[in-house]
Design a protein around this ligand. Structure first.
Ligand code: AVI
Length: 313
């Protein structure tokens, strides 16, 4: 089995050797990255969390009613901090549901289980540690499933990757099972861009933490002060992108791959896509599956949406 560290090193070597340099946002989330993301979610500019919270608080009861028809396994992809999920779950009949957060981090499972036990003591919580699809596939049950994929996490994939991801989910679900999919909607630049370039510089730190991680885990010698964060948003296509920009001509050596990488002044490393959606885009992503868009919930400003997609026969 290839170790996590080797996979990270291989990715970094590939991404920094490319003509158009890139690194995956997947690697944002070490301990420090997770803490910074929790700070981002509290920023005034980062409207996504508040909007989805509003939907789950004000319409959680209606969502629960849709599934109020016997036993239900509620599986959450990516445990998160549980605050939004709690607002949804409290509307369900705890005799009928089991909540199963899935995460690759054992600690994330322990934390979410402790929190849910404290917040909703009557709720059955059975966390699963591992890869999403493998876990759902191996999890044999005749009970109906509701899969939660909140927070516009799908948006960190290209549409092609999202299509693949939704297709894999479709493959491991039974007919009658549903996904509750949280998505950020396309809106104007003056709202989206500040969410990815906040005044306090937390998003910049979050993005640049990737270089810090390379230094720490792969023996890199990036000087963080010589790089900066850049966010862009194309309103027409509805895609925000984050980059790390080199402030000067410079070279960086990374011990683990035993290679020096050269950066020109103003050269960019693409690190993240944050896709914004409309219904046509999501219809295109579910095309070829038997998912049907059954319900749509939005916040009062129509910034964010939670969709219910149900697999038909
Ligand atoms: C986790 N994900 C949906 C966030 C987003 O909005 O794309 C990650 C993030 N990147 C910068 N700020 C927040």
């Amino acid at each position: 089995m290839i170790s996590e560290k080797t996979l990270f090193a291989q990715h970094v070597e590939k991404g920094l050797s490319d003509d158009k340099k890139f690194l995956s946002s997947m690697y944002f989330y070490d301990k420090k990255g997770e803490a910074l993301f929790r700070q981002i979610m509290k920023l005034d500019e980062y409207y996504l969390t508040d909007c989805e919270m509003e939907i789950l608080q004000s319409q959680g009861k209606n969502i629960a009613e849709i599934f109020d028809d016997g036993e239900l396994e509620i599986i959450e992809l990516g445990a998160g901090d549980g605050i939004k999920t709690k607002e949804l779950l409290r509307n369900f009949d705890f005799n009928q549901i089991t909540y199963r957060p899935i995460d690759i981090s054992q600690q994330a499972i322990i934390d979410i289980t402790d929190k849910m036990n404290e917040w909703l003591p009557a709720l059955k919580v059975k966390g699963i540690c591992g890869d999403y699809f493998k876990m759902i596939k191996d999890f044999k049950t005749d009970k109906r499933k509701l899969i939660l994929f909140l927070g516009s996490n799908l948006g960190n994939m290209t549409d092609e990757q999202a299509k693949g991801f939704i297709g894999q989910l479709h493959h491991v679900m039974n007919s009658g099972d549903s996904i509750l999919l949280g998505l950020d909607l396309i809106k104007s630049e003056n709202i989206v861009l500040p969410a990815y370039s906040d005044n306090k510089g937390i998003t910049a730190e979050f993005n640049l933490n990737l270089l810090h991680r390379i230094n720490k885990e792969l023996g890199g010698n990036f000087k963080l002060k010589d790089f900066s964060h850049l966010a862009t948003y194309n309103e027409k296509e509805g895609i925000a992108k984050s980059y790390i920009k080199s402030s000067k001509n410079q070279s960086v050596y990374i011990e683990e791959v035993d290679k020096e990488f050269h950066f020109k002044k103003d050269e960019l490393i693409h690190t993240e896509v944050s896709r914004k959606y409309d219904l046509d885009i999501i219809r295109n992503i579910i095309e070829g599956t038997s998912f049907q868009l059954k319900h749509q919930f939005t916040d009062h400003k129509h910034y964010f949406t939670d969709l219910i997609l149900t697999k038909s026969n």
